[in-house]
Write a protein that binds this ligand. Structure first.
Ligand code: GLN
Length: 398
């Protein structure tokens, strides 16, 4: 029988039985199979800056990074990360002991959880959550404890209930896994919310892992403030980011960790046995990218904000309720307003119905019922593609 040995023992271990193929792989395969517009998996359809690609090409040609780079990452990139944290947020990290380069944020999350958790430790994470969190907590033997973000008023986004967060902390809580700007809801935690989270972490002596991959993708009045900047947090926070979203190179898988030296040493211990190193030539290119002038970041953000509004208008015209995102490149909608009930069934049928692919948020909840009518659309696509997708989605309303 498939998936069994002759002793009838399942091949996949107990920790992973609940995890099948990721929704992103499933939906991207569906898009390819049906020739649909892919607003499911979050990746841009326009590559990052030409001059940064050129740096990678030169590195390849000049033989920089073609062999194993240093375990913690090349010094040029570690220095650029430290400079970025100082320039943007006033956070000072030693490039030699307090910065670690990883294979994307994904490896950083995995390594942090594998390094910092004992079996049975509880990890609080904001739900709906990015799918790798549940899997990595499980691989580390931890227990996930969701705190659910909820739509707080008509047309606006999702918010965290701080009382719920407080109530979720138990004597077994070891770690808070915090994602802001938040995928999939687009929520950006505010200064008062972060201050309260910091107080809670200090009071209960919790470690915090922050996933900040969308740090530069914030709109309107929203501001990304790293939790590590709050009192008492630098020594207990592992901050994670990556180049994929900020520079539109999701395939390069260059990520990093910044934290106090003992935390980086712990994460590095796990990381060195996962990939050891990765993305040699690309590390040189991202070192340059992090030093791009403010104009790059401002233009990128302004472009995405326009795309958010373009797709948001299209989704509203198609009859969906839109939860306005303040960050990321995703829009979460409620499809119940257009008479649809089940996000997963809707997303599976959507290519056939109108040639568009999206992602059901229900898979990001422990209890899929909680997100049963929520569907996520990515807006990191060319304007003409977004117009076409909006027009196709509008045809559903007719
Ligand atoms: N982060 C991307 C998203 O949310 C997907 C990355 C992946 O496929 N693992 O769409």
């Amino acid at each position: 029988m498939a998936g069994m040995t002759s002793s009838a023992r399942p091949l996949l271990n107990r920790r992973l039985t609940e995890f099948g193929t990721t929704i992103f792989a499933e939906m991207s395969a569906l898009a390819v199979r049906t020739g649909s517009i892919n607003l499911g998996q979050g990746f841009p359809d326009t590559d990052g800056p030409e001059e940064i690609r050129e740096v990678a090409v030169r590195a390849l040609r000049d033989g920089r990074g073609n062999q194993y780079p240093p375990g913690p990452g090349i010094p040029e990139l570690r220095t650029a990360v430290a400079e970025h944290q100082l320039r943007r947020y006033g956070l000072s990290y030693d490039p030699d002991t307090e910065v670690l380069v990883t294979a994307g944020a994904t490896e950083a999350i995995a390594a942090a959880l594998l390094a910092l958790l004992e079996p049975g430790d509880e990890v609080i994470a904001l739900e709906p959550y990015y799918d790798s969190y549940a899997a990595c907590i499980a691989m580390a033997g931890g227990k996930r404890v969701p705190v659910t973000l909820r739509p707080h008023q008509e047309g606006a986004g999702f918010r965290l209930d701080l009382d719920e967060l407080r109530d979720a902390v138990t004597p077994r809580t070891r770690l808070l896994l915090l994602n802001t700007p938040h995928n999939p809801t687009g929520t950006v935690l505010t200064r008062p919310e972060l201050a309260e989270i910091a107080r809670l972490a200090v009071e209960h002596d919790l470690l915090v892992v922050t996933d900040e991959v969308y740090e530069h993708l914030v709109y309107d009045d929203a501001e990304h403030i790293p939790l590590a900047t709050f009192p008492g947090m630098r020594e207990r926070t592992v901050s994670i980011s990556s180049a994929g979203k900020t520079f539109s190179f999701t395939g390069w898988k260059v990520g990093w960790v910044t934290a106090d030296a003992p935390l980086v040493a712990a994460v590095r211990t796990a990381k060195q046995y996962l990939t050891y190193v990765s993305a040699g030539p690309f590390q040189y290119a991202i070192a340059e990218a992090l030093r791009l002038p403010d104009a790059y970041f401002d233009t990128f953000r302004a472009d995405l904000r326009r795309k958010r509004d373009l797709l948001g208008d299209g989704l509203r015209a198609a009859g969906f309720k839109v939860y306005q995102p303040q960050g990321t490149y995703f829009i979460t909608t409620d499809i119940a307003s257009s008479g649809e009930k089940d996000a997963y069934a809707f997303c599976r049928a959507l290519p056939e119905r109108c040639g568009v692919v999206a992602v059901p948020n229900s898979v990001f909840y422990d209890d899929p019922e909680a997100g049963r009518s929520q569907v996520r659309f990515a807006f990191c696509k060319r304007d003409d593609i977004l117009h076409e997708a909006a027009s196709r989605l509008r045809s559903l309303a007719n």
